[in-house]
Design a protein around this ligand. Structure first.
Ligand SMILES: Nc1ncnc2c1ncn2[C@@H]1O[C@H](COP(=O)(O)OP(=O)(O)OP(=O)(O)O)[C@@H](O)[C@H]1O
Ligand SMILES: [Mg+2]
Length: 360
C-alpha cells in the first residue's frame, strides 16, 4: 500500500523550473512514469528536450531536492533522465511543404568567408551530438568543394538510390550526404547561378533521411545565390556562424549575419575557430588576434559558443577520414566542440519552445 501518492510527487516537481524554458517541469509535460513502490520508494522519468542538454545534472538534482523537501516520507528517489527532441516543425515552418520529412531540426553552419573551418566544425559538431545519443545527419551541398567524402574517409563511396530517393551513407553514428557522392566536381565547376541553385534544390529534396533529431548543414562559403537558395528551400531551425579571430574584421562575416537575419533564420550563435595555438609550455599564442570572435558576437547580439584552438591533429583528423573528436576525447578542441554542440542543442530547444508558445 502506498503512503505517498502520485499527486504529492507531481506537486513537488511542479516547483522545479526548467532554467531555460522558465516554466515548471509538470507544465512542460517533462515528467513521465511516476511510480511509488513499497509505499515510499519513488521513481520517475524526466523527458528533456535534447540528450545534449548541458543542464541535465542540475535539473536532476533539483528534482531530487524538491521531492526530498516536499515529500520527506520518500525513502528513495530514482530519477531516470531521457529525452525527446522537439522539432522546429512544431511551429510555423510546417505550414509549407517540407522538403525534408523525418528531420526535426536543421542547423546551418555558415560563414561569409571561405577556409575558416566551417566543414571541420560541422563534422565534429555532428559527431559530438551523435555521441550524446541524438540522431544526427550531416549534409554538404558545396558543388565546388564538398568536404564530407574526405573528412569521413568515403571518397569513392556511392549512396544507393531507391525509387529516385538517395539513401544517406552512415559512419561514426552519423547519416551522411554530400553532393560529392553524386557528381563529378570537375563537371560541377561549370554550373553557375540558376543551374547550380536548381541542382542543389533537387539534391536536397531527394535525400531520404531516416529519423533525425538534428541535421547539420555544412554550407558553402559566401552569401550568394546558393546560400540564399538553401536558406529559402529548407526550414532552418537556425544558423551557427564560424569565424576566425582575424576574419571578423572582414565584411564577409557581417554579411552572413545580415543574410540570415533578412531571411528570418534564427542565429544560434558564433564559434571562433583557430583561436590560439598552445605552446609546449602551456602558454597560448593568439596568432590571429585575441577575442575577435567574442567581441564580434557581442556587437552583433549573438551568443558566443566558444573558441576552438589551432591544433595540428584537427587538420590531420580532417584529412585522415576520422573526425578529430573521436580520436582525442579529452583535448581542448574536443571540449570546446562538445560544449558548443550542447549549447547549440540548447538554443534550438529554447527557440522551438518560444516559437511554439507564440503560436499557442
Ligand atoms: N582548429 C583547427 N586547427 C587546425 N587546422 C584546422 C582547424 N580548423 C580547420 N583547420 C584546417 O583548415 C583548413 C580549412 O578548414 P575547412 O575546410 O573546415 O574550412 P571551410 O570553412 O569549410 O572551407 P571552405 O570555405 O572551403 O568550405 C582544413 O585544412 C582544416 O583541416
Ligand atoms: Mg567547407
Amino acid at each position: 500500500m502506498s503512503i505517498i501518492d502520485e499527486a504529492q510527487i507531481i506537486e513537488a516537481l511542479a516547483t522545479v523550473l526548467d532554467p531555460d524554458l522558465k516554466k515548471d517541469l509538470v507544465t512542460l509535460c517533462m515528467i513521465e512514469d511516476i511510480r511509488i513502490e513499497s509505499g515510499n520508494k519513488v521513481s520517475f522519468t524526466v523527458v528533456l528536450t535534447t540528450p545534449a542538454c548541458p543542464l541535465k545534472e542540475q535539473i536532476k538534482q533539483s528534482c531530487i531536492d524538491a521531492v526530498k523537501s516536499h515529500v520527506p516520507e520518500a525513502t528513495s528517489i530514482e530519477v531516470n533522465m531521457t529525452s525527446k527532441v522537439t522539432s522546429s516543425c512544431d511551429h510555423h515552418h510546417c505550414n509549407h511543404d517540407r522538403p525534408l520529412k523525418n528531420v526535426k531540426n536543421i542547423i546551418a553552419v555558415a560563414s561569409g568567408k571561405g577556409g575558416v573551418g566551417k566543414s571541420t566544425v560541422a563534422v565534429n559538431l555532428a559527431v559530438s551530438l551523435a555521441k550524446t545519443g541524438a540522431k544526427v545527419g550531416l549534409i554538404d551541398a558545396d558543388l565546388y568543394g564538398p568536404s564530407i567524402p574526405t573528412m569521413f574517409g568515403l571518397v569513392n563511396a556511392k549512396p544507393e538510390v531507391v525509387d529516385k530517393n538517395i539513401i544517406p551513407l552512415e559512419k561514426f553514428g552519423v547519416q551522411l550526404m554530400s553532393i560529392g557522392f553524386l557528381i563529378d566536381t570537375d563537371t560541377a565547376v561549370i554550373w553557375r547561378g540558376p543551374m547550380a541553385s536548381s541542382a542543389i534544390k533537387q539534391f536536397i529534396a531527394e535525400v531520404d533521411w531516416k529519423e533525425l533529431d538534428y541535421l547539420i548543414f555544412d554550407l558553402p562559403p559566401g552569401t550568394g545565390d546558393i546560400q540564399i537558395t538553401i536558406a529559402q528551400t529548407i526550414p532552418l531551425s537556425g544558423a551557427v556562424i564560424v569565424t576566425t579571430p582575424q576574419d571578423v574584421a572582414l565584411a564577409d562575416v557581417s554579411k552572413a549575419v545580415s543574410m540570415f537575419r533578412k531571411l528570418n533564420v534564427p542565429l544560434l550563435g558564433l564559434i571562433e575557430n583557430m583561436s590560439y595555438y598552445e605552446l609546449p609550455d602551456g602558454t597560448k599564442d593568439y596568432i590571429f588576434g585575441h577575442h575577435g570572435g567574442e567581441i564580434f558576437a557581442k556587437v552583433h547580439g549573438l551568443a558566443f559558443l566558444g573558441s576552438i584552438p589551432i591544433d595540428r591533429a584537427v587538420r590531420e583528423g580532417g584529412d585522415s577520414g576520422t573526425p578529430y573528436v573521436l580520436d582525442h576525447p579529452d583535448s581542448a578542441p574536443t571540449k570546446a566542440i562538445n560544449q558548443a554542440a550542447m549549447e547549440i542543442a540548447r538554443q534550438v530547444s529554447i527557440t522551438n519552445a518560444m516559437q511554439t508558445e507564440e503560436l499557442s
